[in-house]
Design a protein. Structure first.
Length: 228
C-alpha cells in the first residue's frame, strides 16, 4: 500500500509539470520579482487544484461513478479559454503600464528592488511616488486557476486511481497523496520560474519585459492549441 501511495505522490509532482499548468502559473508569476511571492502563487495554485480534485475525483471514487467524456472535453476547453485570458491579460498589462525597476527604501530602512508603474499619472516622476505597501493575503485569482485545473484533471486522475487500487478508501488516500505531490511540485516549479524573472528585474529591465512578453504570448498560444 505504501508503494502505491508513494507512486501517487510522485505522479502528483509530475502532474504539476504538465504544459498547461506550467503556462498558467508562469503567466501568474511573470510580474513577480520575489521568489517567495512566486512560491506562494504555486502553493495556492496547488491548494485550489487539490480542492476540486478531491471534490470531483473523490466523489467519483466513493460513488463508483465515472466522469463523462463530453464533460471532460468541456473542462479542457475551459482551461484553454483560461490560458488565453491569462496570457492576454499579461500582454495587455505590459502594453498598458510604463514599468521600470529601481531601488526602493521603506520607512524601516530596508532597501530592495521594486517593479513600479506610472500608468495614468500626470506630472513629473517623483521618488515619493514609489511609497507603497506590499500585497498580503491569498491571491484568489491563482486559487481559481488551480481549481479550474483540478476540475479538468479529475477525469484523468480517476482513471489512475481506479487502475491503481480497488478499494474506495485506499483510492481516496491515493488522491490525497497525488494532490500533496502536485502542491509540492508546483511550489518548486514556481521557485524555478521566479529565479530568472527576479534576476532580470534587478539587473535588466528590458530583459524582464521580454521574458514577460514571451510568457504571455506562449500562454495564449498554448490556450489556442487546446481550443483547436
Amino acid at each position: 500500500m505504501l508503494s502505491i501511495l508513494f507512486l501517487g505522490f510522485l505522479i502528483g509532482m509530475q502532474h504539476a509539470l504538465e504544459a498547461d499548468h506550467v503556462a498558467a502559473v508562469s503567466s501568474l508569476v511573470a510580474r513577480e520579482s520575489s521568489v517567495g511571492r512566486a512560491v506562494r502563487h504555486g502553493t495556492v495554485w496547488g491548494i485550489g487544484h487539490t480542492v476540486t480534485l478531491m471534490g470531483f475525483a473523490g466523489a467519483a471514487v466513493l460513488l463508483n461513478a465515472a466522469i463523462g467524456h463530453d464533460m471532460a472535453l468541456w473542462l479542457e476547453r475551459g482551461v484553454g479559454v483560461m490560458l488565453v485570458a491569462l496570457g492576454g491579460h499579461l500582454l495587455y498589462r505590459l502594453w498598458r503600464d510604463r514599468i521600470h525597476f529601481h531601488t526602493h527604501r521603506h520607512a524601516d530602512g530596508k532597501v530592495h528592488f521594486h517593479a513600479h508603474s506610472h500608468a495614468g499619472e500626470s506630472g513629473s516622476h517623483r521618488l515619493l511616488g514609489h511609497d507603497h505597501t506590499h500585497a498580503r493575503g491569498i491571491p484568489f485569482r491563482t486559487l481559481l486557476v488551480g481549481m479550474m485545473h483540478g476540475m479538468a484533471g479529475s477525469a484523468a486522475l480517476l482513471v489512475l486511481s481506479t487502475a491503481a487500487v480497488d478499494e474506495p478508501a485506499l483510492g481516496m488516500t491515493y488522491i490525497v497523496f497525488f494532490a500533496l505531490g502536485s502542491v509540492l511540485g508546483m511550489a518548486l516549479l514556481s521557485a524555478l520560474i521566479a529565479l530568472p524573472l527576479a534576476l532580470a528585474s534587478r539587473f535588466l529591465t528590458l530583459g524582464s519585459k521580454v521574458i514577460q512578453g514571451a510568457v504571455g504570448a506562449g500562454t495564449v498560444a498554448f490556450g489556442v492549441v487546446i481550443l483547436t
